[in-house]
Structures are given as C-alpha cells and as structure tokens.
Write a new protein. Structure first.
Lengths: 220, 441
C-alpha cells in the first residue's frame, strides 16, 4: 500500500522565529479523500510542499510506503509516486491538451508515440473530446482545464494526488464535477486524494476532514 | 453542465498496466531486461518500456521540448535571436571599423616637402629610420672636360621619378645600377652629350662648376692657360654608364647623387632644390619635426632660406576617429556583455513558472536548468552566427584582419549570456517552487 505518513513533522523557515508547521503526525491511506482546511497563512502550502517532496522537514520525517523521503530520489518520487493538481491548473500553455498529458510519461522515459494513446484514453476518461485534445489549454474552459490537469495527474500512475485548491477558480457546477471525479478516483480506483482547501463545502465531501491552524493539524 | 462519464477507460488503463507489469516480470525472470527492476513497485517506465521497446532519453526529451517551445513561442525566440544578432553584429562592425581606422592611420602617408636643405642633411634624412621613402632633386651647372658650354648635372636618388619618360643605361664593364651609390665621383652621361663629347662608359671626365670656370677665365687671357687651369681645378668623375632617355633634352645632362664628392665639387654642401620624404611610423610625427628642424639648421648657410612642410591633414582626421574608436570599443564591448547577461537573465526569468512546473512534475534541477539554458542560448548562438555570416559577406577583408578580436568579443558575449541565464536558472530552480506557482497562479 503506497500511503503517505507524516511523523512529527515540523518546518521552520530560515530566519523565522515561529515554526510554520509544528509536530504534525498523520497517515494518509489509499482509497480515501482527505480535506485539509485552513485559513491563509495556516501552513497548508508548506505542508503540501513537504508532502510533495519539494522541501524536507526541519524535524520529523515524511514517509512514503514506509520510506523516509530523506532517503529517496525526490525527483523520481514526484515523477512516479505523487501528482499534483492546482487551483490555477498550471498546464503548459504551449503544449496541446494531449501533449500536456503525455508530458509526465515522457519524463519517465516513455516515447511520445507510446504515451499518446494512453494520454488520449485518460482524457476521454475525464470527458475531453478528440477535438479538444488538439487544442491549447487557453482554448478550454476552467472546468475542462482542471479535468485535463486531473488526466495529467493520472498519467504517471501515481497513487497519491495532492490537490491544492482544485476548485478555487471554478463555478459550483464544475466544482461539483471535479470533486466527484476525485472522489471516484479514491473510492473506485484506490487513489489517495488529499485536497487542500479553504472551502468548507468541499471539505464536507471528504472522507476525512482535517483542520490546519497555526501550523498544527487536527481532525475537524 | 454535463455529468462525467464513468471512468471506464481508467479501469482498462489500469488493467493494461497490470498486463504490462506481468510481461515485465516475465521478462525480468527470463533475464531479458530490467535486471534489478523493483518488482514490488513496478514503475510506469518499466511497463511502457516492454510495450514498445522504444526508449526516450532525457536528452532527446529536453531537445525536442526546447525546439517545440521555441517554435511555438516564435515571438520570444525571434526577439532573442534578433537581439543577439544586433548586439553581435554591432560589436563586430565596431571592431571592423576600429581596425579600418587603425589601418587608415598607419597607411596614411605623412609626406614632407623640403627645399633648400644641404645635401648632407638630405642624405641624413633619407637614411633615417624615421623615413621609409625619400626622393631629392637638385641641379648643378658644370663644365665637362673644360668645355665652354656648361651642362646640367642632376643630383637625384631616383631616375624614374626624375625623368619624364622611359630610359635605358649602358653600364661600363663591372658597373651596374649600384655604382651610383658610391660616395666618390660617379655619374651617368646622357647619350647625346656623350656622343657629342666622345665619352664612353668607363671613361673619366673632369667636372668643374660653371661659376668657377667663369672665374678662371677672368684670371687668364690665354685660352690654353684657362684650359690648363680648369683641368687642374676639375674633379675627376667616372662615367659608370651612358643613359639614353626618351626625352631627348634630358639626354644632354649628367646624372649623379648628392654625396661628399658633389659637395667638394660645389665647394660647400650643395643645396638640394627639392626633397620629398615619407614618414615610416605615423606615430612619430613629433620626432620627425624635431629632426627636420635639426637638419635645417645643420646647413647654417642655407637655414634662412630652407623650408619644409609636413602634411598631416589626412593623418589627423584618421587619428581623431581612431582615438575615439579606441575609447569607445571597450565601453561598447562592456555594454554589450552587460546587456547580454541581463537580457538573458530576464528572458529566463520569464520562464520561472514553467521551471516550477517542470520541477513539480519530477524534472531534476539539472534537467530544468539545461532546458532553460538551451531555450535561451540556442537563439543567442544562432543570432551570433547570423551576424557572423552578414559581416563576412559585407566586409570579408576587414573581417579576416580582425577575426581574432571579433571572435573574442562574440565569445565573451555568449559567455555573459550563458552566465546570466545560468545564474537566473539556478535562482529560480532553487527557490520555493510551490509558492512561485501559487503567486503566479
């Protein structure tokens, strides 16, 4: 089981007096949706950075499948073990929709000609049409772009999805849509989905709701 | 808003991945591929590799990604390329212009026209290291073999410039054109004059200035006594050759050089009517002026009437531009390097979001930096090459002369672009990636 665990994780920025994250211990399991709710400045982004292996904690350890991230190749970890979805979608503007989804696979050494059929399958699975696959992201709506981002996150077969305010730029209908997709991935496909949000309605749909305040994580 | 279709394809996709994993497992067990593969956590790369066998290395991916980005981001690519071409072309053109004016300064002839200098002074000047080319011309009226009618003896060091047309010389046995370099009494006799006086190459003739001959005629009444006295007073000159000139009138002269024997013949240093000198080193005009003044006063008896003129008009204008370019060039090179460094840094900075995203998707820092550097350095290098081609085509001769300097300037420019791009790439790949994406989002 490829779960993610935080073991007394703390993080203090350089020259900061106070810790951004303080003594967080939490296990994130496959097959569940976790929501981390908290106001701006509560340490959510810092926590995400640590879980994504973009930074290492100043104390404690982040464990993936029982191994500390400290001992892992973090670039490979981000390539193959976790994937991220963002509020601003962050698709490559100069790559077409299908090229965006192929990209993580190409990073893993898969030839574009092999990646493309898989990318198209993933995109069809999230409701993107063949015609839309040839377009650039700027030509898609917000909801469509976020679905492309989800397809991209699935391209590398990572089982852990970190979603940073995935519905922040979407209307209520698209929000509902995206949450349903993420929930389906968790419950039907066994993904571990961790959603960071300040939207309490999104948090209510999660299996586990956690509240972040002043660098500490508590069950909501 | 339509509801999402079931994720059936994802299910089949997972099934395909598992099938590939089984094939990979069998392949590893049979020892075909992926020795050491982690069977517990089968990677996508491993599975896909056994599906088609086509590998896609980091270098190929990076190159293809960069070229695609450059093609699709044509505006930025063209700007980078054009900026590089303009800067490289500008600095190259400036280097060529600098060389052109340096050459112009060196190749501009500084000519001196001098009149009335003593022959000894002219000799000193013409043999000076400061002078690369000298020509003088003077005339002395002499009587040959006590003849009543004088003829002109031309003192010159260059018959080609002295005579108006073609000429040929029949030298005496054992003599050639170097015979006139002798410091003794040597001369050439024009053919009509030699024939009229029965002079042959190799003969010895007596020369006396006309003024002295006229003086002698006042001393003696008897012609034979005059001839005898004139013969005694004459200087012996050897006829090293007979010269046949195209212009017949020039054939009734004698030709010799300004040496000590000519001075003795004249009775004092002979004043050279016209002297033309060319300065060897254009940087030594002041030294030339000094030596001219010295030599003018060396012949004291002629100093009041001797004069000279140093023509530096062309040189001064070349010097002014040359000095300006010598000052401007390092400043321009510095400015180009600075613009290159800052420009590259700014261009790379525009890709900060792209870099952050690449890092989050799992690109290593090294790969992201290589991508950013390639995106910037490729158009810069192409721009420099374009400038090189244009400069070669438009000013190939000058380009060859200063190719070292120009290549050095271009290398420094590309180096500064590289440093600027690399420093920025290191900065943005070392920063807080997630915050960068969030702030840009």
């Amino acid at each position: 089981m490829a779960n993610l665990a935080l073991n007394h994780v703390s993080y203090t920025y350089k020259n900061a007096e106070k810790a951004a994250i303080s003594e967080i211990s939490q296990v994130f399991e496959e097959g569940k949706v976790y929501a981390i709710v908290g106001p701006s400045g509560s340490g959510k982004s810092t926590l995400l950075s640590l879980m994504a292996g973009l930074d290492l904690p100043t104390a404690g350890e982040v464990l993936f499948a029982g191994e500390s991230l400290d001992g892992l190749d973090l670039d490979r970890y981000r390539r193959e073990d976790i994937s991220m979805i963002f509020q601003a979608f962050h698709l490559f503007p100069l790559l077409t929709v299908v090229e965006n989804v192929c990209f993580p696979m190409e990073l893993c050494g898969i030839h574009p000609k092999d990646a493309k059929p898989r990318a198209e399958a993933l995109l069809e699975g999230v409701g993107i049409t063949k015609e839309q696959m040839k377009r650039f992201p700027a030509k898609l709506s917000g909801g469509e772009r976020q679905r492309v981002a989800i397809a991209r996150s699935l391209a590398s077969n990572a089982k852990i999805i970190l979603a940073d305010e995935p519905t922040g730029n979407l209307d209520s209908a698209n929000t509902q849509n995206i949450i349903e997709i993420l929930a389906s991935l968790a419950h039907e496909k066994g993904y571990c989905v961790i959603i960071v949000t300040h939207d309490s309605e999104v948090a209510e749909t999660a299996d586990v709701a956690l509240r972040m305040r002043d660098g500490r994580l508590r069950y909501d | 808003m339509k509801r999402m279709a079931p994720l059936e394809l994802l299910a089949s996709d997972v099934k395909n991945a598992r099938a590939a994993a089984r094939r990979s497992t069998e392949a590893v067990k049979s020892g075909q591929v992926f020795a050491g593969a982690d069977l517990g956590k089968l990677r996508l790369a491993d599975a896909a590799g056994t599906v088609s066998g086509r590998k896609y290395g980091a270098a190929s991916h990076t190159w293809f990604y960069v070229l695609r980005q450059m093609w699709r981001r044509k505006g930025k690519t063209v700007i980078s390329l054009a900026l590089a071409a303009v800067l490289a072309g500008g600095i190259g053109a400036l280097a060529l212009t600098r060389l052109a004016y340096r050459n112009a300064f060196l190749e501009t002839n500084v000519n001196v026209s001098a009149t009335g200098f003593a022959s000894s002074s002219v000799t000193t000047l013409s043999k000076s290291d400061l002078i690369k080319d000298a020509y003088y011309y003077g005339t002395m009226e002499v009587c040959v073999n006590q003849a009543d009618t004088p003829c002109s003896m031309i003192l010159t060091n260059d018959l080609n410039r002295c005579l108006t047309g073609e000429y040929s010389v029949t030298y005496a046995d054992g003599c050639d054109s170097t015979a006139l370099d002798d410091d003794g009494g040597v001369c050439l006799v024009g053919k009509p004059l030699a024939e009229s006086m029965g002079i042959q190459p190799g003969d010895e003739i007596g020369l006396l200035t006309h003024d002295l001959y006229k003086f002698i005629t006042t001393l003696y009444e008897d012609e034979s006594e005059v001839k005898e006295a004139a013969a005694l007073a004459s200087w012996k000159y050897k006829v090293v050759g007979v010269i046949e000139t195209e212009n017949e009138s020039e054939g009734f002269h004698l030709y010799s050089v300004a040496n000590s024997t000519a001075d003795w013949l004249y009775g004092q240093p002979f004043p050279i009517g016209y002297c033309e000198l060319t300065l060897a080193d254009n940087g030594k005009v002041d030294e030339l002026n000094t030596i001219l003044e010295e030599q003018k006063n060396a012949g004291m008896q002629y100093a009041p009437v001797a004069s000279y003129y140093v023509d530096t008009a062309g040189l001064e204008s070349a010097r002014r531009v040359r000095d300006l370019l010598e000052t401007m060039f390092p400043v321009a090179v510095g400015a180009v390097m600075l613009i290159g460094m800052l420009g590259s840094g700014l261009m790379v900075l525009q890709s900060a979001e792209e870099a952050a995203l690449l890092r989050i998707l799992g690109s290593s820092k090294k790969r992201v930096r290589a991508t950013l550097l390639l995106e910037q350095m490729l158009p810069c290098t192409v721009g420099v090459l374009l400038a090189a081609v244009l400069l070669c085509l438009s000013a190939s001769a000058l380009f060859k002369g200063s190719v070292g300097t120009v290549l050095l300037c271009w290398f420094l420019y590309l180096l500064c672009c590289f440093v600027g791009a690399l420093a920025t790439a290191i900065r943005i790949t070392g920063g807080r990636i997630l915050e960068l994406l969030q702030s840009r989002g």
